[in-house]
Design a protein around this ligand. Structure first.
Ligand SMILES: Nc1ncnc2c1ncn2[C@@H]1O[C@H](COP(=O)(O)OP(=O)(O)O)[C@@H](O)[C@H]1O
Ligand SMILES: [Mg+2]
Length: 383
């Protein structure tokens, strides 16, 4: 799918891909990108880095007087050197594998890298227990195959095949969810950097990867249903661990900015006071670490209290405030939405959450209205 086809409907999309959302930023960076550009890359490595971690000053671009300023927003928070290492890996011969807890922005980072480097983040294979060989290599349009026999026209390319053909990055999400023998299909593809199509005569019997091709895999460490990766495949990747954000102030900024951006996208106006967002991020931090800022030990729920979940709760709480409240986010809205995150499949988690309210929230509520309202909203915590 090319960008021009997608442009007219962007506003109607629930979630446009990164290259569409940030089309202006990407164009601005390309316009004043003076760095050396690797073969097959749309931007120089420096510009890719800037796209992901943001720029201090707006980028000035445009020709002959029609100068325009574009702000390059920060999209990935935390470890800037991790971003640099990822870019360097993609310049080389090995694939990049982002591993870590769920909700640490591995998928987001792989999408941003593909959007910046190849201008396309849609060449994606989603790994599942049912992923087949065909989905990784190629399959056939059976009507054409029966009518004409094997031909390039009848071949249905996989995202990996297209990535090799067009010299673009390919994303392989949740690679370890695939059965080990399916994962191992990748071993030879990544060593030889080509796909054999024995059904087709020369020269189509082998599709060599063009420059610009590489693969970004992601794998969650803590999810159920993941398989071990073979050491042969591990050797084809450089591993980068994406850690949860350690800095609460940074997480607060991230939650605020991303909630505001999501609300803008859904064209909803809600006032999100800092103290309510701070309460939300503090609650997530306490439950994630099993220890509060004051040093009180609390029981960790079995669900992952990731930053991604914090953003989801704050977005839903803000929508609750917009449609069922008076347009101002309050701690009660947060409590109402928290349950859907914490209580997934383990009934004990509700007890842990209630205990947190009785021990920590109640004490903080003495003398603090926001926390007091949060405590009063404990009535919503019913499983
Ligand atoms: N360091 C971070 N920088 C930016 N966003 C983050 C970060 N950590 C978590 N997030 C949040 O996580 C969301 C993306 O999660 P996702 O990429 O699906 O995680 P994963 O693939 O690791 O499970 C982002 O939209 C953002 O709200
Ligand atoms: Mg993911």
């Amino acid at each position: 799918m090319s960008k021009p086809d997608m442009a007219p409907d962007t506003k109607r999309m629930v979630r446009p891909p990164a290259e569409v959302i940030y089309a202006e930023e990407l164009a601005a960076l390309a316009a004043c990108d003076s760095g050396p550009r690797p073969s097959g890359w749309k931007l120089s490595p420096r510009a890719v880095r800037q796209f992901i971690i943001g720029a201090d000053a707006p980028v000035v671009h445009g020709a002959q007087g029609a100068k325009k300023k574009t702000t390059i927003t920060q999209k990935f928070y935390g470890d800037d050197s991790l971003v640099e290492r990822c870019i360097v890996t993609l310049l080389g011969n090995r694939g990049l594998l982002l591993v870590g807890e769920p909700g640490t922005a591995k998928s987001m980072l792989s999408e941003l890298l593909s959007a910046a480097i190849s201008g396309n983040s849609l060449l994606t294979i989603q790994g599942t227990a049912g992923t087949t060989d065909d989905q990784i290599k190629y399959s056939w349009n059976y009507a054409l195959l029966l009518a004409e026999g094997p031909s390039p026209r009848a071949l249905v390319p996989s995202p990996l095949y297209s990535g090799m053909k067009n010299g673009a990055l390919v994303r392989f999400e949740e690679i370890t969810r695939c059965q080990p023998e399916i994962q191992d299909t990748l071993v030879s593809l990544l060593s030889d950097k080509c796909i054999q199509v024995p059904e087709l005569p020369e020269p189509d019997a082998v599709r060599f990867a063009e420059k610009g091709f590489n693969i970004i895999g992601t794998a969650n460490l803590r999810d159920r249903g993941v398989h071990e990766m073979s050491s042969a495949l591990k050797r084809r990747f450089n591993f980068e661990t994406v850690a949860p954000l350690a800095d609460k102030g940074m997480e607060l900024r991230l939650v605020k900015e991303q909630t505001e951006a999501l609300l803008r996208e859904s064209e909803v106006k809600v006032e999100c006071p800092n103290d309510v967002l701070d309460l939300l991020v503090t609650t997530f931090n306490d439950l994630r670490h099993g220890r509060t800022e004051e040093g009180t030990v609390v029981e960790k729920p079995s669900t992952v209290m990731s930053t991604a979940e914090a953003v989801a709760v704050s977005h839903s709480a803000a929508l609750d405030a917009a449609y069922f409240g008076n347009g101002r986010l309050e701690s009660g809205h947060v409590a109402r939405q928290l349950l859907g995150t914490v209580l997934k499949d383990n009934p004990d988690d509700l007890k842990k959450l209630k205990h947190y309210f009785d021990v920590v929230v109640k004490a903080r509520g003495k003398g603090n209205k926001t926390w007091q309202q949060f405590y009063e909203a404990k009535k919503w915590l019913r499983g």
